[in-house]
Design a binder for this molecule. Structure first.
Ligand SMILES: Nc1ncnc2c1ncn2[C@@H]1O[C@H](COP(=O)(O)OP(=O)(O)OP(=O)(O)O)[C@@H](O)[C@H]1O
Ligand SMILES: [Mg+2]
Length: 390
């Protein structure tokens, strides 16, 4: 559950923890680790009948200057992990380091971290300019520096024209930008963002994705971004950690996560996948022959050891199924055809298996169009079948 933060959090931070303002130069920490957790566990209400293990033995390293995303379904532990990094929640066991320093026992104000919460509570009675200046003043920055920083932040988030307005006279997206400017103003080394775009409509969210990404590049600040929206995660991140039920499932670039899922959970949660049960019918030289009931045999590389007769799952993206006709291999029946604008989606039945195929519109890339009731052949693009053991 997301816990509402009643007040903004421009807490004063120890001077030494704030990266000095260096004009508009991005903060660069080449090759260093921004945040690291080891054997991290978090149990809420430990020792009571309501004990709940929210994080289970999480190991994670986030590099400096990275746009890093924690992705997973509701309740998987994303906010918990972010709050532990920010110092708003105590870890149960393990360690948490920020730029090499063990911060496991440090309060939020002693960490070189700032946070944008989902409820980006701005001070309603203050203008945009005052909202951004407040945290800097609390840090005891000289007036001239506060003023120049505020102007620079206003410019960075394209809110200069709104500087004298109050938050309650602005749209959600505008308030979001102010919240970002306020969090960025003291130039924290690390910025934590908990679903900061979820209150915005789709168009604005897409626009803010690009803005956030370029803000991260311009400032060089390490961003740890939380979302349950896989499209958002893929679009914005340098790397993504997929979390399920308190476990870290996989960490990798968006391409890795999408193209090389290592478990059924990741294959299914990121984009769409056809997950088909199969049996290993032989392995030679890193390639397995796999028997799909009611369909026949397919071949795919296997990274891990598998044995004859072992049950596995095959993951195949809908866009990598190739439908055809006239090749004598027609075994699948089209049960539905959905026009999606940029593609056509076909639902198919092959024996016991229900499959989804997606194809650029009929005619494009030489692909044929099919209608419900058609019987078609199903092929797989080379390298499209991932063999999953769990
Ligand atoms: N203060 C708390 N006391 C007890 N249980 C909690 C507390 N905060 C969170 N939890 C539980 O811990 C688990 C992880 O919660 P968390 O808020 O980290 O999830 P999340 O991934 O951020 O979910 P969402 O996407 O819905 O925000 C959930 O089952 C939640 O109910
Ligand atoms: Mg959350």
């Amino acid at each position: 559950m997301q816990r509402a933060i009643k007040h903004p959090d421009p807490r004063p931070r120890a001077e030494s923890n704030i990266v000095p303002m260096a004009g508009s130069d991005p903060v660069r920490h080449p090759n260093s680790v921004a945040a690291e957790v080891r054997n991290l566990r978090k149990t809420y209400n430990a020792g009571t009948p309501h004990a709940h293990e929210a994080l289970k033995d999480v190991d994670l390293s986030i590099r400096a200057n990275e746009f890093f995303t924690l992705l997973g379904p509701s309740g998987c532990g994303k906010t918990t992990l972010l709050r532990i990094l920010g110092g708003f929640e105590m870890l149960t066991s393990g360690t948490c380091r920020i730029f090499g320093e063990d911060v496991s026992r440090l309060p939020p104000e002693a960490r070189p971290v700032n946070t944008v919460f989902q409820q980006y509570a701005l001070f309603p009675h203050m203008t945009v300019r005052r909202n951004i200046a407040f945290g800097l003043e609390m840090l005891g920055k000289p007036r001239a520096e506060v003023e120049s920083t505020v102007e620079r932040m206003l410019d960075l988030v394209h809110m200069t024209d709104y500087a004298d307005r109050r938050p309650d006279t602005m749209s959600g997206g505008q308030r979001q930008r102010v919240a970002l400017a306020r969090a960025l103003a003291p130039q924290p080394k690390l910025l934590l963002l908990d679903e900061p775009l979820s209150a915005l409509d789709l168009k604005l969210r897409q626009k803010m994705r690009l803005e956030l990404k370029s803000l991260q590049r311009e400032t060089g600040i390490t961003f740890i971004f939380v979302t349950h929206d896989q499209e958002e995660a893929l679009a914005m991140s340098d790397r993504v950690a997929v979390i399920s039920n308190g476990h870290l499932q996989q960490v990798g670039t968006p391409e890795d996560i999408y193209e090389q899922p290592q478990s059924r959970f990741v294959a299914d949660f990121i984009g769409e996948s056809n997950l088909i049960e199969a049996k290993v019918a032989g392995v030679t030289g890193g390639e397995a022959s796999l028997d799909i009931e009611g369909f026949g045999k397919v071949h795919a590389p296997v990274a891990e050891r598998v044995e004859d007769g072992q049950k596995v799952w095959l993951s195949i993206r809908p866009e990598r199924l190739v439908l055809g006709s006239g090749d004598g291999q027609e075994r699948a029946k089209v049960t539905d055809r959905t026009y999606l604008g940029n593609a056509v989606e076909y639902h198919l039945h092959v024996g016991e298996h229900a499959l989804t195929a997606r194809s650029p519109r009929g005619g494009l890339r030489g692909r044929q169009d099919f209608a419900p009731g058609d019987v078609v052949s199903v092929g797989f693009e080379p390298g499209s079948i991932k063999v999953l053991l769990s």
